[in-house]
Design a binder for this molecule. Structure first.
Ligand SMILES: [Zn+2]
Length: 311
């Protein structure tokens, strides 16, 4: 079964901890060993710099993490860059994707964005939770949304086949971005219908993402699942059941947020736990649904270019 995880923060975790190894002695939850043990076929690695730091410092951190991705992650014998078309045959290596979480430090400096693309970034979000010169994030009121500079960056992304990640946008920014983006996903979030949190998606947002042939990665953060620091597989199953009721199964997947979360779901602490989760899910959902959510839905999204043109 093709297994894909659309969000982890291993790169920033490695920098923070000062332990730059990507093998089994890594202090990150996501590393070559756990990916291999979990049989993960595709892993998205986010580059993240805290927006409270100066722009200069943030830009430096972004470059440091991108370097780490090339020098450590892609240098592992079990990892390779994601193919532009993912065939049905299961890949022998873990395919790695590189994305930017929060692009405020680059504003609408399109030369800098070109540099990011040259260095392998294939997906980016405009904000983390903050409001910046591009958009307002999920911790801000809906008085603010996407800015003109944000629209310029999305237009550039459309032209350059860079996927827009709408995770962390507030609702106003989300709707405005949806109008102008050709290829938008929400890489790591859960649903407001179960727990009403600004980082989670409303029913209207779910419907709009289905209409846009988008992709939604369910995150494994207990707080977004149920508002507490503890959750188990049943909490994740509730998210999946809810997506089924709303007709969202065919565009759903996982965006674990491993290494970006301070609490984990019981029995789901790193990629090596995926097989156990999948076995559990197969007892509760049809095999096709589980296959879709584990990775097939993302594979289909990835292989289709210019999603909105086909909607
Ligand atoms: Zn995040």
């Amino acid at each position: 079964m093709f297994i894909a995880d659309m969000h982890c923060d291993a790169l920033s975790k490695m920098i923070q901890s000062g332990n730059l190894t990507f093998g089994t002695s890594s202090s990150a939850a996501v590393h070559a060993g756990t990916l291999q043990a979990g049989g993960i076929h595709l892993q998205n690695f986010a580059v993240f710099a805290n927006p409270k730091k100066s722009w200069k410092k943030q830009r430096q951190e972004v470059w440091d993490q991108m370097k780490l991705f090339h020098k450590k992650v892609l240098a592992s014998p079990t990892i390779q860059t994601t193919a532009s078309h993912l065939p049905e045959k299961l890949p022998s290596h873990t395919q790695a994707l590189l994305s930017l979480e929060g692009g405020g430090m680059f504003a609408d400096d399109l030369n800098a964005w070109e540099d990011l693309k040259r260095n392998g970034i294939v997906m980016a979000s405009l904000t983390w939770n903050e409001k910046n010169s591009l958009a307002a994030g999920s911790s801000h009121s809906n008085k603010h949304g996407l800015t003109q500079a944000g629209k310029r960056v999305i237009a550039w992304m459309n032209k350059n086949d860079i996927i827009l990640d709408a995770a962390h946008l507030n609702e106003k920014s989300f709707w405005e971005a949806l109008n102008v983006s050709n290829r938008m996903v929400v890489s790591h979030a859960n649903v407001k219908g179960i727990y009403n949190h600004p980082r989670n998606l409303s029913d209207n947002q779910l419907t709009a993402l289905v209409d846009k042939n988008s992709f939604i990665g369910l995150t494994f953060y207990p707080f977004f699942m149920n508002g507490t620091s503890e959750a188990d597989y049943a909490d994740l199953a509730r998210q999946i059941e809810y997506l089924g009721k709303k007709g969202v199964w065919h565009i759903a997947g996982f965006g674990s947020d491993f290494d970006g979360i301070d609490h984990t779901v019981k029995g789901l602490t790193n990629p090596s736990d995926f097989p156990r989760l999948i076995e559990w899910l197969l007892k509760r959902f049809d095999e096709d649904i589980v296959k879709g959510i584990c990775g097939e839905n993302f594979r289909r999204f990835w292989n289709k270019k210019n999603i909105s043109n086909e909607a």
